[in-house]
Design a protein around this ligand. Structure first.
Ligand SMILES: C[S@@+](CC[C@H](N)C(=O)[O-])C[C@H]1O[C@@H](n2cnc3c(N)ncnc32)[C@H](O)[C@@H]1O
Length: 311
């Protein structure tokens, strides 16, 4: 077996994971929620150091979301990328690896939440890492420097600091914005409104966690006040959403279509999912268990009945 000839053809997930691994950080990502009490956030990226999860402000984008951006890269080139909500830099650095010629600027307010005793008791991810408020910002800027990536994370609050930050930090108005900061409908609308007049008229907006954090109303309001087309990307882990100009090229539309679902089919799938889940649990019962033996017996009886009917 030979090494790949073109390192830039290497999947972004491998390059991004290696970038953290080389600095001594491990990750947890893409664990199937069905194997972990249905805990959906096990899909997102958590940084680890010396076996401990690190508190950086929130989970990074999942592998399916990285893959969405990788597909988007095949359809669109961006020269100026702006990120609201950086946490440990996983998403920000991923965007820079995908569009190495773009300038990537991120804003993050650092960890504002004081330690919460309730979370400490029940949530092992949140406070075990003992990191400082700006840990994620400093880590991302350090990793960017070490890997010669054109990335800068600025400590600031969206939307209040956008007016000052974007014109001074971005050498061109952003043509791709990734919003993953405060997770409420109001905050999403305020972030979106705060960006108006500061980004390129051809700007594409990708919004994280729209379905996961029930921000569909906020997303619809952003679509309503803009002249942009809007779709929810159901085939991404958090239910991301996208807003893009009506004259977007067909290649970009194809990527959007590839990551969404037809509304009618989605409603039908939602309706059938509880029964389908039950059928799948029964299907997968191990043969050697008591219930598995009952299942095998029922299958056998079913075959016998069909045989008699048919003969
Ligand atoms: C879910 S994390 C971002 C994860 C990141 N996008 C990734 O994929 O790796 C959310 C981050 O947004 C930051 N944040 C929350 N509200 C903000 C605001 N109003 N302005 C700036 N940053 C904010 C938090 O400090 C936190 O680090």
């Amino acid at each position: 077996m030979t090494s790949p000839l073109d390192p830039s053809a290497e999947p972004v997930f491998l390059r991004l994971r290696r970038l953290y691994a080389q600095a001594g950080f491990d990750i947890r990502i893409n664990l199937n929620p069905a194997f972990f009490s249905g805990w959906g956030d096990s899909l997102f990226c958590m940084l680890y150091k010396d076996g401990q999860p690190l508190a950086t402000g929130g989970g990074g984008i999942s592998i399916s979301e990285l893959y969405f951006f990788e597909c988007l890269r095949s359809a669109a080139s961006f020269s100026s990328i702006f990120v609201i909500g950086n946490s440990g830099g996983w998403g920000t650095l991923g965007l820079s690896l995908l569009w190495p010629d773009a300038e990537v600027i991120a804003i993050d307010c650092g960890m504002l939440e004081p330690p919460n005793k309730l979370y400490e008791a029940i949530d092992f991810d949140r406070h075990r890492g003992q990191t400082g408020n700006d840990f994620g910002i400093e880590l991302t800027n350090d990793l960017a420097r070490r890997n010669s990536l054109n990335v800068r994370v600025i400590n600031g609050m969206s939307p209040d600091d956008l007016q000052q930050t974007i014109p001074s930090a971005c050498s061109r108005p952003p043509d791709l914005v990734f919003i993953d900061g405060g997770h409420s409908n109001d905050q999403l609308i305020r972030d979106f409104q705060g960006l108006q007049g500061l980004v390129s008229p051809a700007c594409v907006y990708v919004l994280h966690d729209v379905v996961n954090w029930r921000m569909e109303k906020g997303f619809q309001e952003c679509a309503r006040v803009s002249a942009l087309e809007s779709r929810i990307l159901w085939r991404t882990s958090s239910g991301m959403a996208i807003l893009f100009p009506a004259d977007a090229p067909p290649a970009l539309r194809e990527v959007v279509t590839a990551f969404t679902e037809d509304d009618v089919q989605l409603a039908e799938f939602r309706r059938r999912a509880p029964r389908r889940k039950m059928a799948s649990i029964i299907e997968k019962l191990p043969e050697e268990s008591l219930l598995g033996k009952v299942k095998t017996g029922i299958k056998w009886a079913n075959r016998q009945m069909r045989f008699r009917r048919d003969s």
